[in-house]
Design a protein around this ligand. Structure first.
Ligand code: 5GP
Ligand code: MG
Length: 369
């Protein structure tokens, strides 16, 4: 995370990725221009880093110059473009390639076209490293676009926020704080996890994401991810974590106005826990807690045997099967307990008592988060 003045930014585009894009643009433009010796015109201030890297990668002779325009105030593009330094040389008859760091509303580009209207250049070509299609309001053709990005404020690689951030070799995106409370809910079989999830969901307006349900939904509705998951299952293989994470990401996306999520049945491994963290960071959020219902084995066995009498579930009727399921639960979740404990995010909740009593204990934990 990065703090500039009053705002927080999160990593968005790595310097490796930028390098790749700049190289691709330089090669492509060189190929398209053939024997022409172009004049590259950078738009200061933002484009200085892009222009510098671009011309180093440009494999043929070229000229470089700059004009200086200013439009941004804080994090908003303004209509009022100031021409601080205009053209200082005659470019008539030349092939001019404008190098912009970013095209947002297109106001700056409008000003660029005004500057060049009477210059009698042979050709005016627009190349921009970043482009925000959702923000663009003009019709000028963009001949070369490095990367299309969402309409969110970025800094780094020449781009600033009130003067800061231009020096960064990678690009960061403004972090918008949506305060969500996200928990992963654990509990051994018979601990009453389902009942409690139902309650938490209502009380805190959380969305309950049960991985099992999500799988069944995707497979039943033959979504792309469901079909993909099924192709592994049909071969008797485990569904790769990325597929599961993509399904969960889609659920999170669908419920973007929720106060948070209860993840149930995921993660099961360290790798999955990390993937889930990454997913939440991409949503400007985080996992706040692992909440685990703790219930003595004897109590669980008793409860499950009791349930077996009425539920008809075969695996609820046999004491040794039940004990095995409980043992398996602890061996699998122990790793995650460690994972979340080191981050101070593990909350064990006594799961013995009436439903209401347990609900109260869980609420106490959630209220603290
Ligand atoms: P436009 O005039 O197309 O709205 O914006 C172009 C100029 O605004 C760019 O050259 C850049 O200086 C600034 N700009 C646009 N979007 C961003 C952004 O996300 N971050 C920063 N730091 N500057 C931007
Ligand atoms: Mg600029």
């Amino acid at each position: 995370m990065l703090q500039l003045h009053d705002l927080k930014f999160k990593p968005f585009i790595s310097s490796e990725k930028i390098d790749e894009v700049v190289t691709r643009m330089a090669i492509q433009i060189a190929n398209d221009l053939g024997d022409e010796v172009p004049v590259f015109v950078g738009i200061l201030n933002g484009s200085f880093m892009f222009v510098s890297d671009f011309v180093k990668k440009y494999p043929k002779p070229c000229e470089v110059t700059f004009i200086k325009l200013a439009s941004y105030e804080g994090v908003k593009s303004t209509e009022d473009i100031q021409r601080l330094i205009g053209l200082t040389q005659d470019l008539s008859g030349r092939t001019v390639v404008i190098l912009e760091d970013i095209i947002d509303s297109g106001n700056t580009l409008y000003e660029v076209h005004r500057i060049f209207k009477n210059e009698k250049v042979k050709k005016l070509i627009i190349a921009t490293l970043f482009y925000k299609p959702e923000a663009y309001k003009k019709d000028f053709k963009l001949h070369y676009v490095g990367l299309e990005i969402p309409n969110k404020f970025i800094v780094g690689y020449g781009l600033d926020y009130d003067g800061l951030g231009r020096d960064l070799p990678e690009v960061y995106q403004l972090k918008t704080d949506i305060e969500m409370t996200n928990i992963v809910l654990f509990g051994p079989p018979g601990a009453g996890k389902g009942t409690q999830a139902e309650f938490l969901k209502k009380k805190y307006n959380l969305v309950h994401i049960s991985t099992g349900d999500v799988f069944r939904y995707n497979i039943k509705n033959k979504t792309d991810l469901g079909n993909l998951a099924k192709s592994y299952m049909d071969k008797g293989e485990l569904v790769p974590d990325e597929v599961t994470i993509d399904m969960l990401a889609a659920e999170v996306e669908k419920n973007s106005d929720a106060n948070g999520f209860i993840f149930d049945g995921f993660p099961r491994t360290n790798a999955q826990a990390k993937a889930l963290d990454k997913l939440m960071v991409s949503k400007d959020s985080q996992i706040n807690a692992m909440v685990a219902l703790e219930v003595d084995d004897e109590v669980l066995v008793g409860r499950l045997l009791e349930r077996g009498k009425t539920s008809g579930r075969a695996d609820d009727a046999d004491e040794s099967i039940i004990k095995n399921r409980i043992k398996e639960y602890y061996s699998k979740t122990a790793i995650l307990k460690d994972y979340y404990s080191v981050q101070d995010k593990y909350y064990g909740v006594d799961g013995v008592g009436s439903i209401d009593e347990i609900t109260i204990r869980l609420s106490e934990v959630l209220d603290k988060l």
